[in-house]
Design a protein around this ligand. Structure first.
Ligand code: GLN
Length: 196
């Protein structure tokens, strides 16, 4: 049956992450098959080896995490978490918006919507530490940036406005949307780190 990869399905780019993980697994030529599926309940989450928190609206996702009693189950999750955009906001230790109760799983300070109006959405080629086969075409949509990191946080990429990709232990957080392009190298890197 292999390892289960859950995509938190409260709001946001859920099906895009499921597709991206499936493509990543195909490209990695899985020996022991992993399955990817949406998760909404605490027992589903704890049965997974990896979890994705997708992009969407972090205030909404935070509210739904509380409403569905998922704060502690996610905080105590023993596997790796792959978080993008709104997901990165939720993973932080400190967030500039009191409506969000951050999970504190990656020791970063995050500014939501860090780009001015004109640059609310943009695409750029990013040099990402450890991705040697060339830059990553990154899609930013009303993206956050990390303005500070604690010890134990490994910065993978930064642009003029701040830090846009980090790893801490098993977790990875990205300010952009790798699930919206066809490049699955970051999904693959996350899974490989977990030994999948
Ligand atoms: N600005 C959104 C937020 O902070 C994130 C946008 C996104 O995930 N594309 O919730």
């Amino acid at each position: 049956m292999g390892v289960k990869i859950g995509v938190l399905a409260l709001q946001g780019n859920v099906s895009e992450h499921i597709d991206a993980f499936e493509h990543a697994l195909e490209r990695m030529g899985q020996v022991s098959p992993c399955s990817v599926f949406p998760v909404k309940k605490a027992p589903e989450i704890s049965g997974c080896g990896a979890l994705a928190i997708p992009g969407g609206e972090s205030t909404t996702i935070s509210r739904l995490i509380e409403k569905n009693h998922l704060y502690d189950p996610i905080r105590n999750f023993s596997g790796g978490i792959f978080a993008t955009c709104a997901g990165m906001v939720l993973m932080a230790t400190r967030v500039d918006d009191p409506r969000i109760r951050p999970l504190g799983l990656i020791d970063i300070t995050v500014d939501r919507n860090a780009f001015g109006r004109q640059k609310e959405s943009f695409e750029t080629d990013l040099q990402i530490h450890g991705l040697d086969e060339g830059p990553f075409h990154a899609i930013f949509i009303r993206a956050p940036v990390a303005t500070g990191t604690g010890t134990g946080v490994h910065v993978l990429a930064r642009i003029k406005q701040g830090i846009v990709a980090v790893e801490q232990g098993k977790h990875m957080a990205l300010a952009f949307h790798p699930e919206l392009g066809s490049d699955t190298r970051l999904h693959e890197r996350f899974l490989k780190k977990l030994g999948m």
